[in-house]
Design a protein around this ligand. Structure first.
Ligand SMILES: Cc1cc2nc3c(=O)[nH]c(=O)nc-3n(C[C@H](O)[C@H](O)[C@H](O)COP(=O)(O)OP(=O)(O)OC[C@H]3O[C@@H](n4cnc5c(N)ncnc54)[C@H](O)[C@@H]3O)c2cc1C
Length: 308
């Protein structure tokens, strides 16, 4: 029988599932629900995930139209529940003036942390108009002028699909940090070695802000494949093999998915990345299971509301 001893725990190659890990900061990402049924599922998930005491929860914003539609209402409601809620803000689809007004409103309502993004470029080419922020680095600089926000930005262990090279993409991250970003949150990446290499390249380039790694528990493998093609994330052969023939066996697929997410999280922690950002897709079960395997358990809710 294996026993856990402090000596073995100190040796990073022998980290055991379920053993509590110190100083792990978790955060969860949600998106505004579009139907009453989705809304109900979202709040059930929020209730369960809140018990894990996330450091903050973030809310995505739409790529087109009003980039704050749905986001503002959801961050306000999450904050009402006592969660430190953080809005995402994208800038590609709207005039600068509109983006600035949204940021001023967030600031006036007490939100102090924003995830600043360019967002996907609108198909009508309007992102090229002179009144737009062209890149997230420009949005970060504008937010800095508007107020003393804590600003998180996107980072890409597998380079962003529009980046000419990995080095150019890293230069872009540095531009965002130099403009005032204080945290990088990665796109999900199933290749943990690639994430660790990215962390090392970041540090070698003098980018020393905290790195939170985005973890995507696989709720629907087919959907993950399709989405990964669009956003430039790789789907490794080992992952395909794990989910092969499980299309009609959701229970087994969920068990596999929880193990994959927990294993990645565990490895990141023991390799010195203690900030994990779960892309929950508004679902709780897999994230809760992965956290449980990290030794993170539900706790009584905090009483005081706290804005991020
Ligand atoms: C943590 C996280 C959260 C996200 N949340 C949302 C969300 O809520 N809503 C949503 O719509 N999308 C979201 N996205 C997706 C994101 O908006 C897209 O990946 C988008 O295509 C790029 O956004 P960005 O902020 O990384 O852009 P940028 O940092 O501006 O980079 C975009 C591309 O332009 C290149 N680039 C940047 N500056 C220059 C320059 N000066 N010259 C030449 N090339 C340059 C970069 O290398 C990169 O290829 C999220 C992504 C992540 C990782």
């Amino acid at each position: 029988m294996n026993t856990i001893s402090p000596t073995r725990f100190a040796d990073r190659r022998f980290a055991w599932l379920g053993e509590p890990l110190p100083d792990v900061a978790i955060s969860f990402e949600f998106f505004p629900a579009k139907t009453p049924a989705a809304e109900a599922r979202l709040w059930q998930s929020v209730e369960k995930l809140q018990a894990l005491r996330p450091r903050y929860v973030s809310v995505t914003c739409g790529a087109g139209g009003n980039p704050a539609e749905g986001t503002q209402a959801l961050v306000a409601a999450l904050r009402e529940r006592g969660l430190a809620a953080v809005p995402h803000l994208t800038c590609a689809s709207s005039p600068r003036r509109d983006i600035e007004q949204i940021a001023v409103r967030y600031r006036a309502s007490g939100f102090r942390h924003i995830v600043a993004l360019r967002g996907d470029r609108p198909k009508d080419g309007s992102h090229d108009e002179p009144d737009r922020y062209r890149f997230a680095s420009e949005l970060v600089a504008a937010l800095r002028r508007i107020g003393a926000f804590e600003i998180s930005v996107a980072a890409y262990p597998e380079p962003h699909p529009e980046a000419p090279t990995a080095a150019a993409d890293l230069d872009n991250l540095k531009r965002k940090v130099d403009a005032g970003a204080s945290r990088a949150i990665t796109q999900y990446c199933f290749d943990t070695d690639a994430i660790l290499r990215f962390r090392d390249r970041m540090r070698a380039a003098g980018i020393d802000v905290p790195l939170a790694v985005g973890i995507l528990p696989v709720h629907d493998f087919g959907q993950v494949r399709r989405f990964s093609e669009r956003c430039g994330a790789g789907v490794p052969g080992w992952l395909c093999a794990l989910f092969e023939d499980l299309e009609d066996d959701q229970a087994q697929a969920a068990l596999v998915a929880a193990c994959v997410a927990a294993e990645q999280a565990r490895r990141l922690i023991v390799e010195g990345i203690p900030q994990l950002h779960f892309y929950t897709l508004n679902r709780a079960e897999l994230t809760i299971a992965a956290c449980r395997m990290l030794g993170l358990r539900a706790q009584a809710p905090r009483t005081a509301a706290a804005a991020a």
